[in-house]
Write a protein that binds this ligand. Structure first.
Ligand code: FAD
Length: 573
């Protein structure tokens, strides 16, 4: 056990032990054909990085039928021994994974939770039950699932192999890059030698050490603090309740913070805040870890240590997420502290956002201008997530002076007064970020649509994701309520000339017209689309509303054009 903790260093954004108590799959290396031929091949899309972000992008592109190549320098999931990182996946991510066909496996392996409690000393100072919050309870996916990140990555790999279209190249490390008007050229190093690839579009999903930042000249705003943490992933013979418990001041951790979550395989993630700038080797030594666990759970808790990893974090955001042919996504675009689970979840959303746009452009449904909205939308999200996580980090490791005074006052008030509980900040859980400055959405759009249920005409249950799959990468026009003959005619004309599919969404008493229709007896679909009464909503393949309106008129045609990069092109025959 001792040498598992031997190679320890805080060397980067997510510093962790090099050892691993988890068994990870290993994927085969095949010598790329370019090495034998000496010719560089050309691809519409090359994805660099097979972490959760790159694999989500690859899986989404595969589902849209877009050929691509994914290059990863490693031959497994998890990152260089830091195999236990993300654990908490939000409803929006789970909805994306449902669309991609990996949700069932995640739900079977992971743990659903909705109750969170926060303690200061022995007092509960904040609690929530996400199932009671209207914003979470309509989706067919739960508010959160806890599961080790590497499981999701492995499920995505299996699904990509199943779908085809995307070639996964393991042990392929990109070592150089350049781009010009014609294409991007990547130099790739492998155990069988070096070769070149050309690409029209490159997705940089290489994580927080992205070499592309330098290659494309991206500037980065960065902040690094002295806060230090140490993870212990453990099994118990008698275990605590399946709730997220956080302590801001834990009496059993020298009054510093502690997190406690259950993940898959009956493994608990216990996350301990350490003294500022503490020595990673010292805090992760087995005897020190065991003593810490015994202080919290008692000497007789029957603890088996599965994995230990000390980490520090930093906060970073690139100035732009698109540089010519390169799209930065996930940790290569921004790095946030883990509080609120905003790292991986936003990488997943980045991937889902770009994939349908690339598919729409490459399959001739949208103009290349649509790709600019990736930066407009996801950079806004990245900045928001950096802001929110920085606030939490300052609450958990306040600077001496005003920040510390504020935290002490908030905790002391929260002990007695419910109104003050909102100031207690142990992490604002990740949300589907709204888009307010996107060229592809108008002022009525930009919100995420939950994967709610409705009835197909035969009475069977359907979901928003079923509709999106049926639309096959096209936009969906949902028209709520009975519609005039003129409006129906306009919708049919629209569907005949633009890459959209139109569906009437009927209440219990509404009459079906000539269009495809579904029934929404409880109004869940309408509520999820953020419209009321007689209205239409233009839904994108990433389950975001591009625009809404009342009358089926020129405003809808304009919104469709805008959502596809401002020009409507004919579908290829
Ligand atoms: C303690 C901790 C807890 C966390 N908890 C959560 C959580 O609960 N929920 C959540 O959503 N997020 C969480 N996060 C954040 C989450 O782990 C990261 O945001 C996520 O891993 C980022 O994924 P990525 O795919 O963008 O990058 P990475 O996971 O870093 O993947 C990058 C990939 O690129 C490959 N690569 C790098 N360079 C090259 C190259 N030159 N050529 C080819 N391949 C290359 C690497 O091999 C790797 O596979 C947590 C992080 C930490 C440290």
């Amino acid at each position: 056990m001792a040498d598992r903790y031997a190679e320890v260093a805080y060397t980067n954004g997510y510093e962790s032990t090099a050892g691993s108590g988890y068994q990870l799959p290993e994927y085969p290396f095949h010598a790329p054909p370019e090495i034998a031929s000496g010719e560089a091949s050309h691809h519409p899309v090359v994805i660099v990085g097979g972490g959760i972000t790159g694999l989500t992008a690859a899986c989404a592109l595969a589902q849209y039928g877009i050929p691509a190549v994914l290059l990863d320098e490693d031959n497994t999931v998890g990152v260089k021994g830091a195999s236990s990182r993300g654990i908490c996946y939000t409803q929006k991510s789970l909805e994306i994974f449902e669309r991609l066909g990996v949700y069932e496996r995640i739900a079977a392996k992971g743990i659903q939770w909705s109750v969170g409690r926060t303690f200061a000393g022995n007092d509960e100072v904040y609690s929530f039950d996400l199932k009671q919050q209207g914003s979470f309870n309509l989706s067919t996916q739960p508010p959160f699932i806890n599961i080790q990140q590497f499981y999701i990555e492995a499920y995505l790999v299996d699904r990509i192999y199943e779908l085809g279209h995307v070639e996964l190249r393991w042990k392929n490390r990109v070592t150089a890059f350049r781009q010009d008007n014609e294409c991007a050229t990547l130099t790739v190093s492998t155990p069988a030698g070096e070769y070149h690839l050309r690409a029209d579009h490159v997705i940089d999903a290489t994580g927080c050490h992205s070499p592309f930042r330098q290659w494309v000249g991206a500037s980065v705003t960065a902040k690094k603090g002295d806060d230090r943490w140490c993870i212990a992933d453990v099994r118990f013979s008698k275990h605590p309740p399946v709730e997220r418990h956080t302590w801001i001041e834990a009496p059993f951790n020298e009054n510093r913070a502690v997190w406690q979550h259950l993940m898959g395989d009956d493994v608990w993630r216990i996350d301990y805040q350490m003294a500022p700038d503490s020595d990673p080797a010292e805090v992760s030594r087995e005897d020190v870890v065991r003593e810490r666990l015994a202080r919290q759970f008692g000497a007789d808790a029957g603890i088996e240590i599965v994995w230990v990893g000390p980490y520090a974090y930093r906060s970073e955001c690139v100035d732009r997420m698109r540089h010519g042919r390169v799209f930065l996504m996930g940790d290569s675009a921004k790095v946030v502290s883990p509080f609120g689970a905003r790292g991986g979840n936003t990488g997943i959303a980045d991937a889902d956002n770009l994939a349908w746009k690339l598919a729409a452009v490459l399959q001739g449904r949208a103009t290349p201008a649509l790709l600019d909205s990736y930066d407009e939308e996801r950079h806004e999200a990245a900045q928001q997530n950096v802001l929110v996580t920085n606030r939490t980090a300052r609450f958990l490791r306040p600077a001496a002076g005003v920040e510390k005074l504020f935290r002490d006052a908030a905790l002391s008030l929260a002990r007695q007064h419910p109104f003050a509980r909102q100031f207690v900040n142990t992490g604002r859980m990740a949300v589907a970020n709204p888009y307010t400055r996107s060229g592809a959405c108008d002022a009525t759009g930009g919100q995420s649509v939950q994967n709610v249920a409705f009835h197909w005409p035969d009475g069977s249950r359907g979901t928003v994701n079923d509709l999106l799959r049926w639309a096959q990468g096209r936009l969906l026009v949902l028209v709520f309520g009975s519609t005039s003959a003129t409006a129906l005619e306009r919708l049919q004309d629209l569907a005949a000339t633009a890459p959209v599919r139109c569906v009437q969404v009927l209440g219990p008493d509404d009459l079906a017209g000539a269009l495809e229709h579904v029934r929404d007896p409880q109004g869940h679909l309408q509520g999820a689309c953020h419209v009321f009464g007689h209205a239409w909503a233009l839904l994108r393949p990433d389950s975001y509303v591009a625009a809404t309106g009342e009358s089926v008129d020129a405003s809808l045609v304009h919104a469709v054009g805008r959502a596809l990069g401002a020009a409507i092109e004919e579908e290829p025959a």
